[in-house]
Design a protein around this ligand. Structure first.
Ligand code: UD1
Length: 388
């Protein structure tokens, strides 16, 4: 037998799965680390849960993620339709490729759909970002997290308290590994590159080369954006804050649709990058298209305050040391509150205004960077996989 064949025989074949926007920054450093190692044959499968240029392709380009080997092109649908369609299309890939492991990240529908398909075929599962719990089972992501963890063989965690959550659910300790945060690997790797983007110029935020104060808003949770009363309460609060500083709002397609449907367009300045200077300098909430990774990282890094219902941005603002107001009643990422710059403020209008104004007036929560969020999580993950 040739030496190359011997090596191939010993190499571990891993199918890495991505589907939705927050998966891309998590898979980038893992793919990069696996591709450096001849003992691993990494394949990349994109389920196609997110498919718009701004929700997917821009991230592959910005983060230099290799083209997926396979795209399942499932697109949008109800929770059940989307999950079922991914499973149907993923199963024949697993049967054909017979990987040793599949690796899934985060908590989106693609995560549980692919994990469930694999476990039924006896293929082992690696879950990156395991053990986070909001204890709110009305969130589709919480169901995805609990179920994926229950059937995974390697559970890589980003913060220590995730281990307690998993132990309470009966998961054995030897499957759990505290490795840090792959999303922060990506942030650290891309900070300098992000600072070179001209997003502030494009948004008219740096006349005379000095960046004006501004805030950033993102919203996409069904509980916040599919319910007109909740969405209105948030927009009223942000509207008040936006009289102090402009609030830049790259809108998720689901949120943009609902704003139109509920007749909430009057809340917005509706200024896209590249319109007239007079409008571009104005305050108000400024709804723009979703941004790519580098533009958005730069935008967050220079902002006075971030208001969001995203999970990942709570972690990113903690590392950037930018104040974050989480527009939810809970967080599955408590370390961002206990150690970071995050405050969970809910969606009560008065509360958001009070906390937002306090930050804009300089009342800042000083945070520190959580343990092992040091840019080397992917390296640790690959080392642990290879040891087994
Ligand atoms: C999904 C994840 C959520 C994650 C978010 C990031 C689940 C259950 N939710 O929510 O955890 O934080 O991604 O964005 O997996 N749409 C487009 N173009 C796209 C993608 C979506 O127009 O490329 C629109 C469609 O109308 C679609 C809606 O957005 O129906 C929702 O997309 P979906 O993937 O179902 O969930 P997200 O809300 O994006």
């Amino acid at each position: 037998m040739e030496w190359a064949d011997v090596m191939m025989k010993r190499a571990i074949k891993i199918i890495n799965v991505v589907g939705a926007r927050p998966n891309f920054m998590k898979i980038a450093p893992i793919m990069c680390e696996m591709r450096k190692n001849e003992k691993i044959i990494p394949l990349l499968v994109h389920t196609g849960q997110h498919y718009d240029e701004q929700m997917s392709k821009l991230f592959f380009d910005d983060l230099e993620i290799p083209e997926p080997d396979i795209n399942l092109e499932v697109g949008s649908g109800s929770q059940a339709e989307q999950t079922a369609e991914i499973m149907k299309r993923f199963e024949p890939i697993l049967v054909k490729e017979r990987p040793d492991y599949i690796l899934v990240v985060g908590d989106v529908n693609s995560t549980i759909a692919c994990a469930l398909t694999a476990v039924k075929l006896g293929i082992k599962i690696i879950h990156v970002e395991a053990g986070l719990r909001s204890f709110d089972r009305t969130m589709p992501e919480e169901i995805n997290r609990v179920l994926t963890d229950a059937i995974s063989d390697f559970l890589f965690i980003t913060e220590r308290n995730a281990q307690e959550n998993l132990l309470k659910e009966g998961i054995s300790k030897d499957k759990i590994h505290f490795v840090g945060n792959v999303m922060i690997d990506t942030l650290i790797r891309n900070t300098d590159k992000a600072r070179q983007t001209d997003i502030h110029r494009r948004l008219g935020l740096n006349p005379g080369n000095q960046i004006l104060p501004y805030g950033v808003l993102t919203l996409h949770r069904p509980s916040n954006v599919d319910d007109s009363r909740n969405l209105e309460s948030i927009l009223q609060a942000v509207n008040t804050l936006s009289k102090e500083v402009p609030i830049i709002f790259p809108a998720h397609p689901r949120t943009r649709n609902n704003i139109g449907r509920f007749g909430f367009s009057h809340f917005f300045e509706n200024v896209e990058a590249g319109t007239t200077t007079q409008k571009r300098n104005s305050k108000g909430i400024r709804m723009i298209e979703p941004l790519g990774y580098l533009d958005f990282l730069h935008l967050m890094a220079e902002s006075k305050v971030v208001l969001t219902d995203s999970g990942g941005m709570q972690e990113e603002t903690t590392v950037l040391q930018i104040p974050c107001l989480t527009l939810r009643e809970n967080t599955e990422r408590p370390v961002t509150v206990s150690e970071g710059t995050n405050s969970v403020v809910g969606i009560n209008r008065e509360n958001i205004i009070a906390q937002g104004l306090a930050i804009l007036r300089g009342n800042l929560k000083l945070g520190r960077i959580p343990e092992l969020w040091d840019g080397r999580a992917a390296e640790r993950i690959v080392k642990i996989i290879l040891k087994q």
